[in-house]
Design a binder for this molecule. Structure first.
Ligand code: ARG
Length: 452
């Protein structure tokens, strides 16, 4: 019990259960022990506790860490309100009355803010690592498919041919932006802010802040214990990251369908149907897409919790944790699942060769050919439109239309115009930086491999 002086009755059992955050804030145990050790070191440095007391506290906290790791100590939800009180109580059992000195000049309000900022730093670096390893899987796959031609789409209608490598590199770009979003925004140390208004004790905030790896102590104690912006930034980063995975999941589902037949998913990442023996379902991708909703929800949930709160700390803020932990675990799991799905998928690299020969997805290339002959682009667009119309009306495609037929539409056409319909050279003809030209795509792959 952290208070008692002015209380006659114990908290009602139901109220205890309702208000306890221990079942989830136990995730903060390592951060809590670390921040407490640093706080105690500072207390001894400014002579609020003796060197001897500091060593006792430090050793006690170390034992708790070891007990926790070895499953020898598991605090009970019905007994403690949160991880902070559970640790303090265990410390008292281990080292006696000196434990009561640990909370000198500290409130759980600045303590929990410190723990969460430390936890976010760790979680962010885990996610950055996972994103990097996912990028590597995509790069390997891209490397093998710089010449695998697939249709590129707009409006989910075939637009222009691209390569599978080029498509995969789009995700490598997204993952790179995702990593930038996981640079933690909570870089200032909360310890020493107390409940909301600092302390009359000579606490050394520079010391604790530097020791815990923060850039500097926070400047306003009131803001410090009210602030959850760094969690909202994290939740937003998780939402955008999941949105990217969800778009990928949608594509994986399409690509593996009988209609698309571009990829075949491994048995390791697909499930069967309890009724239809022939089925192989892309459940992993569907679940990633489905869980995205939950991660978006977490972000909105915390925004809603925050919006009406007067400064500074209110117990509502305890509701920040489940969302943050859930978004982290959901996103981290989704990333490693998607990584496995892509790593084990088989790509049918010849899938679109014939089909793309027989459609009109190189129409823009023909318009560009006319532009190089001096025709204004709008007119070129019109002329190519007529070529397509003629072909469609006569049951032909770009591969079967003859030069004579094209000349009838416009006399400017010559043999070199037919080169535009060559699917093999279509990507090589691309000139602009950022296009699917295989030489450029290979350069991009090399660039990323060098970066990661
Ligand atoms: N479990 C609490 C939370 O997560 C810790 C802070 C409690 N502070 C308080 N004044 N009751 O927000």
């Amino acid at each position: 019990m952290l208070w008692g002086g002015r209380f006659k009755d114990k908290l009602d059992d139901k109220a205890m259960k309702f208000s306890s955050s221990l079942s989830f804030d136990i995730n903060l145990i390592h951060e809590d022990l670390l921040a407490s050790t640093v706080h105690a070191e500072m207390l001894s440095k400014v002579d609020l506790i003796s060197e001897d007391e500091f060593n006792k506290i430090k050793n006690g906290l170390k034992i708790i860490e070891e007990e926790w790791e070895a499953d020898k100590w598991t605090p009970d939800e019905s007994e403690f309100e949160d991880v902070h009180s559970a640790v303090e109580s265990r410390l008292k059992e281990l080292i006696g009355a000196t434990a009561g000195k640990l909370h000198t000049g500290r409130s759980r309000n600045d303590q929990v803010a410190t723990d969460m900022k430390l936890w976010i730093r760790k979680a962010s670096s885990n996610l950055i690592e996972l994103l990097t390893s996912t990028q590597k899987v995509f790069l390997e796959l891209a490397d093998a498919h710089t010449d695998t031609i697939i249709p590129g789409y707009t409006h989910l209608q075939r637009a222009q041919p691209i390569s599978f490598a080029f498509h995969l590199l789009a995700y490598v770009e997204m993952f790179s932006r995702d990593k930038q979003r996981f640079t933690p925004s909570g870089v200032e140390g909360p310890l020493g802010s107390g409940a909301l208004a600092g302390s009359t004790l000579p606490l050394d905030r520079e010391f604790t802040s530097a020791k815990l790896g923060f850039n500097n102590p926070t400047r306003n104690a009131l803001d410090t214990v009210s602030d959850r912006d760094y969690l909202l930034d994290f939740l937003n980063a998780c939402s955008i990251g999941m949105m990217h995975l969800s778009r990928l999941a949608e594509e994986v589902i399409l690509w593996s369908s009988s209609e698309w037949k571009l990829i075949k998913l491994s048995d390791k990442y697909t499930t069967g149907s309890s009724l239809m023996p022939q089925k192989k379902n892309p459940d992993m991708a569907e679940l990633v897409r489905g869980k995205t909703g939950r991660v978006f929800g977490n972000q909105f949930s915390l925004l809603s919790t925050m919006k009406g709160l007067p400064l500074s700390y209110n117990r509502d803020l305890q509701e920040d944790k489940e969302q943050v932990f859930d978004s982290f675990f959901t996103y981290a799991d989704s990333l490693s699942i998607i990584k496995g799905v892509m790593e084990t998928a088989q790509v049918n690299s010849l899938r679109f060769i014939e089909e793309l020969k027989n459609d009109f997805s190189l129409a823009t290339d023909l318009a560009d050919w006319l532009v190089l002959k001096g025709i204004p682009f709008r007119d070129a667009h019109e002329i190519v439109g007529k070529v397509v119309k003629f072909a469609e009306d006569n049951n032909k495609t770009f591969s079967s239309i003859t030069l004579e037929e094209m000349k009838k539409i416009n006399s400017i056409f010559d043999e070199t115009a037919l080169e535009c319909f060559n699917l093999k050279t279509a990507l090589q003809r691309k000139q602009t930086f950022g296009s699917p030209n295989p030489t450029l795509v290979k350069e991009q792959i090399a660039y990323w491999k060098n970066q990661l």
